[in-house]
Design a protein around this ligand. Sequence first.
Ligand SMILES: *Cc1c(COP(=O)(O)O)cnc(C)c1O
Length: 420
Amino acid sequence: MPAPADRPPSVDTLARSLADTGLPHPLLVDAAREAIAAKDPQSARTIAEGIAGAMLRPVVNATGVLLHTNLGRAPLASTVTGRASNLEFDLAVGKRGSRTVHAGGLLARAVGAEDAIVVNNCAAAVMLTLAALAGGRGAAVSRGELVEIGGGFRVPDVMAQSGARLIEVGTTNRTRVSDYETVVDDDLALVLKVHRSNYTISGFTEEASVASLAALDVPLVVDLGSGLIDAACPWLADGPPSWLADEPAAKQTLADGADLVLFSGDKLLGGPQAGIIAGRSDLVRACAKHPLYRAFRPGGLVLSALQDVATAYLDRTAGQLPFWRMAAASVESLRARAELVIDRVGRGEVTVCSSVPGGGTLPTVEIPSVGVAFEGDHTAALRAHQTPVIARVVDGRTVLDLRTIEPDDDAIVVAALLDG
Ligand SMILES: *Cc1c(COP(=O)(O)O)cnc(C)c1O
């Protein structure tokens, strides 16, 4: 018998009517309950669509920020086989192996380090290194490098959590090797040099070089953050782009005498979210033995993706990684794509714009780029597209920067623009 028209539908009936949203039934029940409680059963669909929209999903990054932290930083394709793997199994001897040999070993080779291990991000790499090598002892840092990276990562706080004692040296704008020399004693476990990833200090400044600090009688750990592998960029046909000029690289920092370098996997490395600790074997092993390593280590999915990235660097095909392909794309190629997009959409105009590396790296760098621009703010409509397109508004115009859009996704951009 059908229910009287003025009676609200049952939670179950309402939930079942939303099955096409693709959400699991318990979430549809939540949406139905919420709508019925609000005496507005019609709103159940909007609630369910809101839940579905909040799920992790691919988007098109049209912001011009290459490493957009809110959009997962470096874009990366990866395949999952669904099979077991030799994550911690030595196939040669048929016994337990180590998860540090695959991606870690290849990355060590790529940067010229004796050894390397992988953790969840560079924040974890800093924390683990300090805990393992300087727990209960002193770690010297320049006052000009007591940085906040963002998202709660502040060097003094990380230091405190690690159990190492922060020993500040020098001043905000000038720190010399002699400042470090005065604090070297039996209690000093290491010197930590932190790359000024997201800010600059200019004017009356002085900074101790890696080579000069390496000469001190104490291990030198360099937190590079951004993860450029090699300043020579042998994976790029035209060599290093001018905007990378002052960026320290892992290989050269180790060659200059650093005992360990720490860097992110998803910044200038162009890989998955990860943190790499590379350098002297005894120090890397001490980190791997510390109980925090167990808590910080990534799983097979990340290590497999990182292994592919490391292999690409060793093969000198890293220029094909999405990040480097986008970063190195010529302005002419971007202009050609922009013209095609405008042609297909039938409105808007080609505009000159600037991309930025992002991800808390290279704060002053702008990379010449080309985008498409449309009068007014269309960002909400673009975000609502089936594959959301994330754009920005500049001077009252919606701008989509072609540099950070995967060329294969231009068709999605066109569809989203025609939709909006
Ligand atoms: C980005 C950065 C970090 C943090 O790296 P995550 O991988 O985001 O945890 C640490 N140190 C420096 C110098 C950085 O630039």
